[in-house]
Design a protein around this ligand. Structure first.
Ligand code: ADP
Length: 257
């Protein structure tokens, strides 16, 4: 995206343009299973980002020649709605969207047990409805929840968060203005149980010491987001189980009468 004229300051007396302190995450809300037609889905609001993730599969692969004899064929599509950005986005698929589709696949794939589903396909669709910086991290975080919702066994969840540098200071979870007018951005995806990193990118310039600090801060952010992922899953599945039990109990009451 073309850069606009830089504003005076992105951080002033330790406070960022949206009122956050350097180590603060934006507010995050995760809903499990909002889409009925997908096998699994999740909706995430991460600050002003609004993103849907849908999972289909394991199912027959189209075109058929893509099927693998020994594992599932895993595909991801990251897409930004034309109305999702502050500046006009061309509706045609962009190079950036193709790159982020690949980045998403590579970040999620290590958590999958594709060998369990030979000759099938698993598809992940990420639809960015509203964007405000950090959509790749929010999309990956939502997609891993959608995979769980689809009942696809995973070695681990995948959680992503970025840290970066604005006005020479290392901060957590850059928004769009900070991303575009700041000095650097480091998105990271991690599998929290093993600590394996499946995405590490850097855009901008940092010293080695700053990079280390940013990576540690991003990993700290991932831990916080992981807690929210677990909370959302517990809420969805434990409530479901509890309402199932209630129904069974009330059915029982009826037959006893
Ligand atoms: P990420 O969303 O993962 O941080 P980028 O760093 O490429 O990815 O983009 C930063 C932000 O810039 C996006 O979240 C979005 O708000 C905005 N943006 C990206 N691409 C476009 C585009 N083609 N048109 C308008 N805004 C865009």
């Amino acid at each position: 995206m073309p850069k606009k004229a830089k504003r005076e300051k992105l951080i002033s007396r330790g406070v960022r343009t949206d009122g956050r302190k350097p180590n603060d995450l934006r507010k995050i809300r995760i809903d499990v299973g909002p889409l009925e037609r997908a096998d699994g889905s999740a909706y995430i609001e991460w600050g002003n980002n609004k993103i849907l993730a849908a999972v289909y599969g394991p199912r027959e692969v189209h075109p058929r020649h893509l099927a693998r004899p020994d594992r599932a064929f895993f595909r991801c599509r990251y897409h930004m709605a034309p109305f999702s950005t502050s500046e006009r986005k061309r509706p045609a698929p962009s190079r950036r969207e193709r790159e982020l589709s690949k980045v998403t696949r590579v970040a999620l794939e290590p958590a999958l047990l594709t060998e369990l589903y030979p000759r099938t396909g698993i598809d992940v669709f990420i639809e960015v409805l509203q964007s405000d910086g950090g959509t790749r991290c929010a999309g990956i975080t939502a997609a891993s929840i959608a995979l769980v919702d689809a009942g696809i066994p995973l070695k681990d969840l995948v959680v992503a968060c970025a840290a970066g540098k604005i006005d020479g200071k290392i901060v957590l979870d850059l928004n769009e203005v900070e991303d575009q007018e700041g000095d650097a951005d480091v998105p990271v995806a991690v599998m929290p149980r093993t600590g394996g990193i499946s995405l590490l990118q850097m855009d901008g310039i940092m010293s080695q010491a700053e990079f280390k600090e940013a990576l540690e801060l991003a990993l700290e952010g991932c831990k916080q987001v992981y807690d929210l992922q677990k909370e959302a899953l517990m809420k969805a599945f434990i409530q479901e189980e509890a309402s199932g039990e209630d129904e069974a109990e009330s059915d029982g009451e009826e037959t006893n009468e």
